[in-house]
Design a protein around this ligand. Structure first.
Ligand code: FES
Length: 147
């Protein structure tokens, strides 16, 4: 792969996440040393049809945000919320605005929708472990060649 190629991996059909909803995915990535590492992420789809992706790891104590009850959101669904100690995050920035890690941010992951498929960019995933989530989408490996 040359430096002007971006590797993207299909995660799921974009329509598989409902507007105003979110899903988590337990992926594995290959780090700089070539080692396989767990890479849990979450993807939020807004009512305006924007997609935001973050590592599913609370900056306070590293747990999945949807730990416990399984929900990602505050009761009014205006913010993301950690299920352990209640840290509250802006959906579009990942910034923690309340709770024990106030001022910290969720780690963003780059997403793109290609041909109706939601894809993760710039991360080498462990394809042998595919699929790691709860549906059976085909694995697809696309190379984008920017102009
Ligand atoms: S682990 Fe998320 S607020 Fe403490």
């Amino acid at each position: 792969m040359t430096s002007d190629e971006i590797e993207v991996f299909v995660i799921c059909a974009a329509a598989d996440i409902e507007r105003g909803g979110a899903r988590s995915f337990s992926l594995s990535r290959i780090d700089e040393a070539g080692e396989s590492r767990p890479f849990p992420i979450m993807v939020i789809r807004t009512h305006d049809n924007d997609y935001f992706g973050y590592a599913n790891s609370c900056p306070h104590d590293g747990v999945w945000l949807n730990i416990g009850g399984g929900d990602f959101f505050t009761p009014d669904r205006g913010f993301l919320k950690c299920g352990r100690h209640g840290a509250t995050f802006e959906i579009d920035s990942g910034l923690c605005i309340d709770g024990p890690c106030r001022g910290d941010s969720l780690r963003p992951v780059a997403l793109v929708v290609v041909g109706g498929e939601l894809c993760l960019c710039g991360v080498r995933l462990v394809e042998d472990d595919w699929p790691m989530h709860d549906d059976d989408d085909e694995t697809m490996d696309i190379m984008i060649h920017p102009d």
